[in-house]
Design a binder for this molecule. Structure first.
Ligand SMILES: Cc1ncc(COP(=O)(O)O)c(C=O)c1O
Length: 390
């Protein structure tokens, strides 16, 4: 069979085989352990991420279905599902780095990751240098003899800068560094970073992959078997692996990922265009707009431009706050990637740890509003935004 497309892969998930048949929906294997007849099979299962099921922290059939499904979607050799996106990010960073190592990360970065990288430097003796997300030359210049890893995000929060994945991953490879890409905002429907040279892809599955704001989870996908085995061992030691019910909810949501992404992107395009032409709005930040600094790169890398954008209102912070307290349908809430539209104020929530200078450098104003667009009817969303703007 030819390579399956995401629309088909997410419907036909890896289903465990029973005695001569297969369940159509992946079942929840709600057990913490498994019993054996053969001690040798038991022993072998302890050492492999893809062997016999032994103990829930090592693996579980529901969790493995999720891992195989995401590895298939991302084009990886294997995947490790974790209890949260930060569980995946930390399993990768702490599993591959040791004191004395150096890593290079893009800025801007998701706030939780930025806080973790500060901790790596201050508590684990792992130094971090920062470079812009689209500057392979700056990456080359930042490489040191003790450099080990490069950390990127396909689309960054909240101003949605797009990383130059081919250029940055090639520069990392030339220097012998492992490249890690957080693909949460794009999802594998819009981007598969391994095709652009990434070694590891991480997701907060809490967002688009699960898609219904009802479960926390993460996943790390590996281009090579070697990295897969290494990080799996560490995630098991750390106790970061996913539980079967969370994996089941994620699989359940993932079956409609391509359909949902289509609507997230279409609604976002419409809202971004209408706001861009609204007299109360100073600027809209979305890579689908020609005015966005990443527009040209985004057109090369992505088939569509994602479901998150931000905008600034005439009247700055006061106007932004008034808007957020005036929406009636959209919810004032953290996170993204669920079916419902959410708004938040990055300067006091997701990006509160940044100094005013850093906020300005990342294009985040005092009054910037971030919108994670849901899959509601566009005219209901626009009615809500219009009444809040007026
Ligand atoms: C881009 C990105 N990566 C990682 C995370 C962390 O994921 P989780 O909250 O599932 O730990 C988030 C959460 O907002 C995120 O937006």
């Amino acid at each position: 069979m030819t390579e399956l497309r995401p629309e088909t892969r997410t419907v036909h998930l890896p289903r465990p085989s029973l005695n001569g048949s297969r369940p159509i929906a992946v079942p929840i294997y709600q057990t913490s352990g498994f019993a054996f007849e053969d001690p040798a099979v038991f022993a072998e299962g302890m050492n492999r991420p893809d062997g016999a099921f032994v103990y829930g922290r090592l693996s579980n059939p529901t969790v493995r279905s999720l891992e195989e499904a995401v590895a298939g979607l991302e084009g990886g050799a294997g995947a490790v599902a974790t209890a949260s996106g930060m569980g995946a990010i930390n399993s990768v960073l702490l599993g591959l780095l040791k004191p004395g190592d150096h890593m290079i990360a893009q800025k801007p970065l998701y706030g939780g990751t930025a806080a973790m990288l500060n901790d790596l430097a201050s508590r684990f003796g792992i130094e971090v240098s920062y470079v812009p997300e689209d500057d392979p030359e700056a990456l080359r210049a930042a490489v040191r003899p003790e450099s080990r890893l490069v950390y990127l995000e396909t689309i960054a929060n909240p101003v949605t800068q797009v990383a130059d994945l081919p250029g940055m991953c090639a520069a990392a490879r030339e220097a012998g560094l492992v490249s890690v890409v957080d693909n949460t905002f794009a999802s594998p429907v819009l981007c598969r970073p391994i095709e652009h040279g990434a070694d590891i892809v991480v997701h907060s599955t809490t967002k688009y992959l699960s898609g219904h704001t009802d479960v926390l989870g993460g996943v790390a996908v590996f281009a090579s078997e070697e990295l897969y085995r290494k990080v799996w061992h560490f995630a098991v030691e750390l106790g970061a692996t996913a539980d079967p019910f969370a994996a089941w909810l994620t699989l359940r949501g993932m079956q409609t990922l391509p359909l949902r992404m289509e609507r997230h992107c279409a609604n976002t395009r419409e809202l971004a265009l209408r706001l861009d032409n609204h007299p109360a709005v100073v600027a809209v930040h979305w890579p689908g707009l020609p005015s966005h600094p990443s527009h040209a790169l985004a057109r090369k890398l992505l088939p569509d431009f994602g479901g998150v954008f931000s905008f600034d209102l005439v009247g700055g912070r006061a106007a932004g706050e008034k808007f957020m307290s005036s929406v009636r349908l959209a919810l004032l809430a953290p996170s993204l990637g669920g079916v419902e539209t959410l708004v938040l104020h990055p300067a006091t929530t997701s990006h509160r740890s940044l100094t005013p200078e850093e906020l300005a450098r990342h294009g985040i104003g005092e009054g910037t509003v971030r919108v994670a667009v849901g899959i509601e009817h566009i005219e209901d969303l626009w009615d809500d935004f219009s009444q809040a703007l007026s």
